[in-house]
Design a protein around this ligand. Structure first.
Ligand code: NAD
Length: 392
């Protein structure tokens, strides 16, 4: 098997975990070089026994030292557009983390560029697509096990340390992360779009910050029941703030959304970044059956609407502390298969842009307090895909 020569822009926790999973899944790889002023992922790579390779000051320097078999992009979200464009110019296969880009304007510009059809492969780390439970959810819906999908209720509830990390890390600022939903639940809206089987037509959203606020800094409990200090478990990383309550956070810490898809599927979503009963769950009700996908416990439950038998239950096991439940390893296998031309990667760059736009529409509705008609947004996107824009 060949050894893949890899270059990385943004060697944070995420790319380090993906590289470690690739190695675990029998990739032969050499991290030839990276660009990162302070690589947060270095200790993760050290534990995985992967040498850091050469440090370069700029992406241009890294690219000049090519060729690479794969360029990997794991910078904070506001830099994805710039780094993806540089990597596209270089012309080697690219793996970029989600969300593919941070704004609607960047999405249209990238859609125009990719529509030209001459781009190298661009794989996006919407890692849940590779999970066996998620593949089964999509397959069962596609094969009609639920009849027609009618309505969906979905959640993502994070544990307090995770929320505290989001409130200290770069994700706390819209200028870097985009939004709570864009960084955290774009995965869910990608897959829920597949389950609904249409684009979102109308959306409303309510949310705000009521947990990680300065006025709670003094009165919020700061100690776990066993006496350990709370909210500092994970390092704040790049542009990190010291305190979860007194940072300059401007994104939500809880948010709800209600969506109607073009085919009249209706969906509610509830996210909260500070809960003691963490959950990531999709409840899908169809004309002929119901399904609950419990992503936190990696369990699926289904029953035909008129069945009096026990529900069918599938336990995928492999629940891990990082809550990824083997997804990174599954994606590493998919990525190798795609690189070797044996199978298509489970998600395309266009799927990733559509999931991103769906979440951006939710955030726009949150901002305006109105029900947002998404048709003009899709019209602009389809236009961008039809008439490739030249990069400015
Ligand atoms: N697919 C998933 O499940 C998943 C999970 C976590 C993160 N992510 C995504 O991965 C990306 C990185 O997140 P993370 O958790 O690793 O964050 P992180 O803070 O651990 O890593 C970001 C890295 O980028 C570096 N960096 C900042 N500015 C840079 C620049 N100009 N040039 C080069 N490097 C620069 C930082 O020093 C840091 O090492 C984000 O887009 C995030 O949304 C995806």
């Amino acid at each position: 098997m060949k050894t893949y020569r890899i270059g990385v822009i943004g060697l944070g926790q995420r790319i380090a975990h993906v590289l470690a999973a690739m190695q675990e899944m029998d990739w032969k790889l050499e991290l030839a070089g990276y660009v990162d002023p302070a690589p947060v992922g270095a200790p993760i790579l050290e534990r995985a026994g992967i040498a850091l390779g050469q440090a370069f000051a700029t992406p241009a320097d890294l690219i000049a030292a090519g060729p690479y078999d794969l360029l990997m992009i794991g910078t904070p979200n506001h830099l994805h557009f710039e780094h993806i464009n540089l990597a596209l110019d270089a012309g080697w296969p690219i793996f970029a983390e989600k969300p593919i880009v941070r704004t609607a304007g960047e999405t249209l510009a990238l859609a125009g560029r990719l529509a030209k059809g001459d781009a190298p492969p661009l794989f996006i780390g919407l890692v849940m697509r590779s999970m066996p439970i998620v593949r089964e959810v999509i397959a069962r819906v596609a094969r009609g096990d639920l009849g027609e999908v009618v309505s969906i209720d979905a959640t993502e509830h994070l544990a307090p340390e995770h929320g505290g990390y989001l409130a200290r890390n770069w994700r706390r600022r819209a200028e870097w992360g985009g939004s709570y939903f864009l960084d955290k639940v774009v995965h869910d809206f990608d897959i829920l779009g597949c389950v609904a089987g249409a684009r979102v037509a109308r959306v409303a959203s309510f949310g705000g910050r009521r947990v990680f606020t300065a006025d709670r800094a003094e009165r919020a409990p700061r100690t776990w029941s066993d006496g350990e200090a709370a909210y500092g478990e994970m390092d704040g990383g790049w542009m990190g703030a010291n305190d979860a309550f007194q940072s300059d956070m401007d994104v939500t810490d809880h948010q709800t959304a209600i969506l109607e898809y073009e085919n009249q599927v209706r969906l509610t979503f509830h996210a909260n970044s500070h809960t003691s009963l963490p959950e990531r769950r999709w409840y899908v009700a169809g004309t002929e059956g119901t399904m609950i996908a419990d992503l936190a416990r990696n369990k699926l439950m289904l029953r035909p609407a008129l069945s009096r038998k026990k529900p069918e239950r599938i336990d995928y096991g492999g629940v891990t502390d990082d809550a990824h439940n083997g997804a990174d390893q599954a994606m590493a296998i998919d990525l190798l298969a795609a690189m070797e031309g044996r199978a298509a990667f489970p998600v395309t760059a266009f799927d990733s842009m559509e999931a991103g736009l769906t979440v951006m529409a939710i955030d726009e509705a949150l901002e305006t307090g109105e029900v947002l008609d998404c048709r003009p947004m899709w019209a602009r996107y389809d236009e961008a895909r039809k008439a490739p824009a030249s990069r400015s």
